[in-house]
Design a protein around this ligand. Sequence first.
Ligand code: BGC
Length: 585
Amino acid sequence: MSTIPRAADPRARTRRGLAVASALVLGTSLAVATPTAANAATGCEVDYQVNDWGSGFTASVEITNLGDAVNGWTLGWEYGGNQQITNIWNGSHTQSGQTVEVTDGGHNASIATDGTVSFGFNASYSGSNDAPTEFTLNGVVCEGSVDPGPDPDPDPDPDPDPDGRVDNPYVGADVYNNPIWAENARSEPGGDAIADQPTGVWMDRIGAIEGNDSPTTGDMGLRDHLDEAVEQAGGDPFVFQVVIYNLPGRDCAALASNGELGPDEIDRYKNEYIDPIAEILADPAYADLRIVTTIEIDSLPNLVTNVSPRETATPECDEMLANGNYVEGVGYALSELGAIDNVYNYIDAGHHGWIGWEDNLSASAEIFAEAANTAGATPEDVHGFIANTANYSALREENFAIGETIAGTPVRQSDWVSWNQYVDELTFAQGLREMMISDHGFDPNLGMLIDTSRNGWGGPDRPTGPGPETDVNAYVDGGRYDRRFNTGNWCNQSGAGLGERPTTAPEPGIDAYVWMKPPGESDGSSEPIDNDEGKGFDRMCDPTYEGNPRNNDNMSGALPDAPIAGHWFSAQFQELLANAHPPVQ
Ligand code: BGC
């Protein structure tokens, strides 16, 4: 049984009020008092907020029903300019010239008296972008300007979740220790020290559901793991972490973790993979477990950064963007698994060194929102996001910060940071969380996970303080913990160590630090190796490789003699132990 250091949940509970959003936000709030007529009383308040970047914007719209309860709504308005809605979530829309009508998204059709519903959309425009001056709800005008007043629910924490989910599944719970991984860890010198830690159970092929004797899942199928979890739980609150990882055309920007399903095999994904998993997870025998799912590592960010016309594009990612099967598959997984009351879905969100740049981040956030509104999914199916899964980005870089200027040059302009708006995973995860809530209508209690399995970067080469202030590159390079050649490097990184041990509610907005990637399992083979898992050979796992545009043409930084992805890699495990930070006692 695992032990996880626990802390009180320090998450900031204040609702991120729309009225206090950033300087870029323009808002308007219109209302009419509730009429007292004998027939159905109508009345509404509309809070319309935009995040505007000059040629487009994301709008968050909240309707408060001040009249009798409604079941089914249409909100109408006229634009003064040429604003054009491009995609919408939590509702559907029609637009004819400047006239817009948004109709509920089904799941949010009813609004109780004083109740609110929200939707959001992206739009393009040129020229001016004034907020609408009048809204109608089911044909009745909401008019007159009011002060938005105090937050009606400043502390949403005690609100019961209608599905009975808790806000943070890790609070007060132990977490599943995978016996297959624990045995591998224990067989290593020094491995006992961490073998009782919780790690993710990867459903990396259809065969893994029943158990297929693969090195990563062993002979235990999903039911075996769940039965074992019930046993480990002993009746107490308990988290079971499972990784959903089998999309059609998987791993489109790399070869090491290509999967078994071809780009068009979305039906097999749904029928032979997600449906059987959902059926097992919904078994009442597992109803007391808190099942945390990590949904499809790396998939959605690949559709942003590794597609044409970018230099980093691959034909495979272009294909997956064009055929829509990543978005469809993620949406389907969210909706099918999210329908199970004790499942907590966390969508994989890459890491700061991949999508931390403004343009990548806002586009990724849009595609996350799109997936969460596809194939029957709604944002309510999303409990949170997970950052850094199976990656190596440092949790906190303490020796330099974005706001600093060294010898006349901002840190942001250093070669390492290269204009990224984040330098580490903690700030990235917190920033993304805020963005999903404020710009895309996700639950204000959204929680983040950060995979800290291999981002420790300890050992003798860990800097003990900032670098010299002679120039910005010397300063950043001398102080950074992350010792990679480039943050685009992802395969079996030399010099990496175990990061923070799994921890509950370590920082505001963070549900847990987790070890989703089981330390010691390879990211990919350093030379071609025949296998029946669909996995290829990616030169990013070859220590002699000199790189491509996706790692800015740097050396791969990979360890030599690695087995194929998911297979036990003793030398890597030993290095992770030796370079652990915090150190393993
Ligand atoms: C592999 C999977 C494996 C997972 C966890 C991935 O890179 O493709 O087969 O289950 O890592 O080690």
